[in-house]
Write a protein that binds this ligand. Structure first.
Ligand SMILES: Cc1ncc(COP(=O)(O)O)c(C=O)c1O
Length: 485
């Protein structure tokens, strides 16, 4: 019988000429390294309009040269978070060293949903390390996720299912208890989204008032729980914030955790960026009480500087997470030995089956830099934000709107003679101008109703001089705009 291998019909996507491929890869690597070495130079941000022609010229099937040209054309058009003056939202800056892990992960092309291979062992190692770091028991579990939004969803699904004796996954919410959860009004919007996706609705997340330090008010929490119980509802989750997105405020994790324990309600802590404080001898005490939590969500890609994307969920009791997510169709059965063994798999701890090897870059980041070096970045960023808050308070044409002692500082430019109702527009325009001129990239938010220039520093490249550049640019751009108005 004719065998197809006898003919030239074998198709593959591997290089025809490995020597030529090596040269191509080395040349691309050189260009990428040049780009990384120049992170500090150039504008913080380039409008992607400049990339439009590359998009239009990128024809499907145009070949390797066209593909590599498109990659080179892309390099100047990042979001800007690799630059020392990227201060917007909460973005980590990543490291050049991350490239080593990314290259290796790409070469392995591992599917990390499960099966018996080293990548799964590495992920478990990181989870075990993280559990220990936060003082959770070694009978806990967890998963590397795309970010804290996914970590939050996984943690709250586990909490939701546990509150209904793990029946909701099978029978849905129809006969389930009327579940409600609690957070301070400063909680991140990914919690509203999680409540929505869990079928509970956003109204089931009670947003509690904050105290004068923008922390969840324990008395308000106790009162809300009592009222909900009296109304026949079932409180199932208390969600504390360690590092609020607007101000960097940290709830009293111990006080809230003790209420959760005495009320027998699942205790979740959102430590998206502030989890990194746990590595710092100077700032660890700010997270006191985090070890009481039933679950924690945080990101490696924020203050821990791992290249995007890498978040993490930790759960105190492995059985809870397994019961919320694990099922075993025939094609994923435990084979006892060989590739189909080594249970449980990551798919048993979350909603995704196919998933990439995010754990590798986290693992090598910890091996190369270790907790002490990463903590130095955390300490340094807090000093920089404190310096910004101090300078802004001392300048007559600036108003400090919020500084909670961490890495986030909100302020605005208030030149004499500008009416109050024009300040929102002025400050919004200043931020846009800073971004468009490539000088710096803060973002905006509202603090007590006022539009604020929001500076978040989770960036190991930022230096004190970058803070000075920002302040001077705000004053210069702001004065020009005010004069024109
Ligand atoms: C406090 C807080 N929680 C949750 C999130 C969501 O994290 P991610 O963007 O990784 O999904 C963020 C993002 O900035 C955050 O600052």
């Amino acid at each position: 019988m004719h065998h197809p291998a006898d003919t030239d019909m074998t198709h593959t996507l591997d290089p025809d000429d490995w020597q030529a491929f090596r040269e191509r890869a080395r040349s691309m690597l050189e260009d990428v390294l040049d780009y990384m070495e120049g992170y500090r130079e150039g504008p913080v941000w380039n409008d992607p309009a400049g990339f439009q022609s590359a998009l239009e010229n990128a024809e499907a099937g145009a070949g390797a040269e066209a593909s590599d040209a498109a990659l080179r054309a892309l390099l100047p058009y990042g979001v800007g978070n690799t630059h020392p003056r990227f201060f917007g939202w909460v973005h980590g800056a990543g490291t050049p060293a991350g490239l080593m892990a990314e290259m290796t992960a790409s070469a392995l092309n591992a599917n990390c949903g499960g099966r018996k291979h080293a990548a799964i062992r590495i992920e478990r190692d990181i989870i075990d390390y993280s559990l220990r770091t936060f003082g959770l028991p070694d009978t806990g579990s967890g998963l590397i996720t795309s970010g804290t939004s996914m970590a939050t969803f996984i943690a709250l699904k586990t909490a939701r299912d546990k509150a209904a004796n793990f029946s909701i996954g099978e029978t849905g919410l129809n006969n389930a208890p009327d579940l409600v959860g609690y957070a301070s009004s400063g909680i991140h919007a990914c919690f509203d989204r999680a409540f929505d996706m869990l079928g509970l609705g956003r109204v089931a997340l009670r947003k509690l008032p904050q105290d004068e330090n923008h922390r969840m008010c324990p008395e308000a929490l106790k009162k809300a729980i009592a009222e909900d119980r009296a109304a026949g509802k079932t409180p199932f989750a208390i969600c504390a914030t360690a590092g609020s997105v607007n101000r960097g405020a940290i709830d009293d994790l111990r006080a809230i955790g003790e209420i959760a324990q005495s009320e027998r309600i699942w205790y979740h802590v959102d430590a998206a960026f502030a989890a990194a404080l746990q590595l710092s001898d100077t700032h660890r005490s700010k997270l006191d009480g985090i070890e009481l939590s039933d679950s924690i969500g945080f990101d490696f890609h924020k203050w821990l500087q791992v290249n995007y994307d890498a978040g993490c969920v930790l759960i105190r009791d492995r059985e809870d997470q397994l019961r919320a997510f694990s099922d075993r169709p025939d094609y994923l059965a435990d084979a006892g030995r060989g590739l189909g063994s080594d249970m449980p798999w990551p798919v048993d701890f979350g909603p995704e089956l196919s998933r990439g090897f995010r754990a590798l870059k986290v693992w090598t980041q910890m091996i190369e830099f270790g907790p002490e070096k990463l903590a130095q970045i955390v300490d340094q960023n807090i000093e920089q934000a404190a310096y910004l808050a101090e300078r802004v308070s001392a300048l007559p044409e600036f108003d400090l709107l919020s500084y909670a002692g961490l890495n986030i500082c909100c302020f605005r430019y208030t030149p004499e003679g500008t009416p109050d109702d024009a300040l929102d527009t002025l400050n919004n325009d200043i931020v846009i101008a800073l971004q468009e001129q490539g000088i710096a990239a803060p973002s905006t938010t509202r603090i007590d109703g006022k539009l604020a220039i929001r500076v978040n520093i989770t960036n190991h490249r930022t230096q004190m001089s970058d803070i000075d550049i920002l302040i001077e640019a705000v004053a210069e751009i702001g004065a020009g705009m005010a004069a024109e108005a």
